[in-house]
Design a protein around this ligand. Sequence first.
Ligand code: PXL
Length: 285
Amino acid sequence: MTSVSTGASPSATTPAVVLTIAGSEATGGAGAQADLKTFQELGVFGIANLTCIVSFDPKDNWNHRFVPVDQQVIADQLEATAAAYGPASGAPSVLDTVKIGMLGSPATISTVAGSLKANGFGNVVLDPVLICKGQEPGHALDTDQALKAEILPLATFVTPNHFEAESLSGLEITDVESLKAAAVRIHELSGAAVLAKGGVRLDGPDAVDVFFDGETLEVLSAPKVGEVAVSGAGCSLAAAVTAELAKGASPLQAARAAKEFVTEGIRNRVASGAPFDALWQGGAR
Ligand code: PXL
């Protein structure tokens, strides 16, 4: 007779458990694939609940083809994950740290916001992916506004890039001083720890990011590796922050470790037939 186990086995291992709520990017550079590879590399048990599928179109200048996952299917994934590992699951490794990547539509934002509120996760790391090439501008504007109204207030850590930091703060960012001002403003608006990324968008020899959590303002800097952005850098940075927080790091420690992880991943990037290289999560090994 076979017996079916309904609970945790006495020999179960207990790595920190993390969830990414994100889109699939078919070529594996960005999105949920980048998140899962980052989680594995940093020693946490990763779960991905998919919100959409993005396939670049090589016949159309590599623009995004965007297909949302059905709302009920998103809700089903979140329900299954919460029941298996959520705060009320009774699992020994409780899922308390969640990363939010591309949501892509106001409907998905509402579904995800509902789940975040119901579960009360301790760490909600938001990579505020605002526009997706290939979406209608009006559609993207709705999505921007819904993300700011419904998800940003639930975030405990937010990782905007240059464009997103300008959009969230309402400030123009031209140098490190204005990046600092934007980070402070986004903290005031959200209450979250902020890691605002200058990346290759700001002039100078270094890729500069600014961390601000209401107390500590720190400029994180590493020599630029080329002048062209690499696919998966933003996703992997936020995923690395997520993994480090889940293992018990402070927000500042998580930001520093994530910056190092991404710098090594860019240094050891993977060339592809697409116009952009992909970050290699194994680069720090
Ligand atoms: O890098 C932002 C991003 C996030 N998530 C998905 C993506 C992209 C960019 O292509 O496709 C699914």
